[in-house]
Design a protein around this ligand. Structure first.
Ligand code: NAP
Length: 486
């Protein structure tokens, strides 16, 4: 064989290997397109569809699934209503949806409406982009008292997400605390601190706007366990907080002053966001406290150790922290044993989203992700690859980064999927016809929502918003969405 190869010309040799490849697997051609299911229509899902449909080496048909009738995941249900520019990324996703080879199947739940076996029986590969829909737990006493909520639920509520629209937030008390210093905490504090009239021309859910109009909250505690130099919020968000009409951002001078470890941290960290946050806070501190009716009291170096109250939230016990360097050189908050108590009526725990396990798939409980190596699903960390199954977005890497971070992440997984294709073998009885999945859903009695249906809903929402001067009035239950479509 060696001798045989040496006497063949390079072009003949190349032809031989191409022929072998084609014989092994000719999927990806016009008569036999590569069929992929993408589950979860948030940013990661849409960027993956875009990456598949933009390349021309392999003919791909992508079906994008979502458990809701509406697409866009956190762009619709997570991005704050007063940040419409961030939502304009939807225009790009609409362009993707217009590409040949794209189909949307909304209102189809993985695991019940379509099982893993159904997906593996109808697609060559399946990509999970299911995000991180639950919250991390604090593990402190009183965490589940009435009046203590994960911030993720409040975000879903004011954004009209069907899962959260029926929650009740009692805003009749005078003070609320938001635990955490990430951008979700900033969103929650800002929505509670703003004058409702300034939200009236956003796409905030109508019931949420009404509840905020009756809010009596005057003091909002924003609680960070480390210092302002280590805060996870970004510059525009803290700047916005300092500029809310009718509300003071109040800082404690001793907590904004840099200690030695923070100075060293700022000198070593590459991302300028931290130094800029410090500059913004220091400049704000110099202005002193104003006499606005509402106050955001930002505290640093404090960790809640208990939510206080008997039948409902009445306060928080905070432990004062100091910064320490751990073995890896990272700065951690360590309790000093000194505590204080603050009276609060509501608590929002905003310490990060968390992925959740999906039926039939491996899950890394510690990291809250599906274990994977560069997007290829594995049985467990360091374990064998699970053939034909992939991940992208927050369920792949955890809840970090901005919307755009999901683009290179999705492109990397798509590249891996395309690379793997030629090596993969598939059962002989795959149902690959265009009509196979719609027929299966119909047989199961599932009312799938296609992209044209969504566009109709979109138009109806925009129409509903017009009279109130809003960009849209969202449908907030699945039943009203399906009713509107029929
Ligand atoms: P995040 O950025 O990871 O922030 C989590 C915060 O919770 C950190 O301040 C963290 O402090 C704190 N924390 C964690 N465990 C804690 C504990 N046990 N006790 C007290 N504090 C604790 O998460 P996120 O705010 O949920 O945001 C998720 C992602 O979405 C981020 O990448 C964020 O930037 C992005 N996002 C962006 C926007 C925007 O662009 N406007 C809006 C919303 C969300 P440590 O730093 O000490 O760990």
């Amino acid at each position: 064989m060696d001798f045989f190869l040496r006497v063949l010309s390079p072009s003949l040799l190349a032809g031989l290997f191409i022929e072998e490849k084609v014989l092994a697997n000719s999927i990806g051609s016009a008569p036999e397109p590569f069929r992929v299911a993408v589950i979860g229509s948030g940013p990661a899902g849409f960027y993956a569809c875009e990456a598949f449909l933009k390349q021309s080496d392999t003919i791909v048909r992508v079906d994008l699934f979502d458990r809701l009738p509406t697409p866009y995941g956190l762009v619709r249900g997570g991005v704050a209503p007063d940040h419409p520019k961030i939502k304009s990324v939807i225009r790009l996703y609409e362009r993707t949806a217009g590409r040949e080879g794209f189909r949307f199947f909304g209102n189809v739940t993985y695991g019940t409406d379509m099982t893993l076996e159904d997906f593996l029986g109808h697609y060559h590969q399946v990509l999970f982009c299911t995000g991180a829909e639950t919250d991390r737990r604090m593990g402190i006493e009183g965490e589940d008292l009435p009046g203590s909520f994960p911030a993720t639920q409040f975000v879903g509520w004011y954004n009209g997400h069907p899962d959260y629209r029926d929650l009740q937030f009692d805003l009749s008390g005078e003070s609320a605390a938001v635990i955490g210093n990430g951008n979700v905490a900033m969103d929650v504090v800002r929505i509670l601190a703003k004058q409702p009239s300034s939200l009236a021309d956003t796409d905030i859910a109508d019931y949420a706007l009404e509840a905020l109009r009756h809010s009596r909250i005057k003091t909002l505690w924003l609680l960070g366990r480390r210092g302002p130099a280590q805060a996870a919020f970004t510059n525009p968000e803290i700047r916005e907080l300092a500029a809310i009409e009718g509300c003071d951002l109040v800082l404690q001078p001793s907590e904004v002053e840099l200690d030695d470890l923070s100075r060293e941290f700022l000198a070593g960290v590459k991302d300028p966001v931290h130094q800029r946050n410090m500059d913004i806070l220091t400049a704000h501190l110099a202005k002193g406290e104003d006499n606005q009716e509402r106050k955001i009291r930002a505290r640093f170096f404090v960790s809640p150790t208990a939510v206080l109250g008997t039948d409902r939230v009445e306060g928080l016990r905070l432990e004062i922290n100091k910064l320490v360097k751990d073995d890896s050189g990272a700065l951690r908050a360590r309790g000093t044993g000194e505590t204080e108590e603050i009276p609060v009526d509501l608590v929002f725990r905003s310490i990060g989203y968390r992925g959740f396990a999906l039926p039939g798939l491996p899950f890394d409980e510690r990291a809250g992700i599906i274990p994977n190596v560069e997007g290829r699903m594995v049985e467990s960390a360091g374990g064998a690859t699970v053939p034909r199954l992939y991940v992208s977005g927050w369920i792949k890497r955890g809840p970090s980064g901005v919307i755009g971070t999901n683009k290179p992440d999705a492109i990397a997984t798509v590249r891996a999927m395309l690379e793997d294709l030629s090596q993969q073998t598939f059962p002989g009885d795959l149902h690959l016809a265009d009509e196979a999945v719609p027929a299966l859903l119909e047989q199961k009695g599932v009312r799938a929502v296609c992209f044209e249906d969504w566009q109709r809903l979109d138009g109806l929402e925009v129409e509903r918003g017009k009279s109130a001067g809003k960009p849209r009035e969202k449908f907030t239950t699945i039943a009203t969405m399906l009713d509107a479509l029929s």
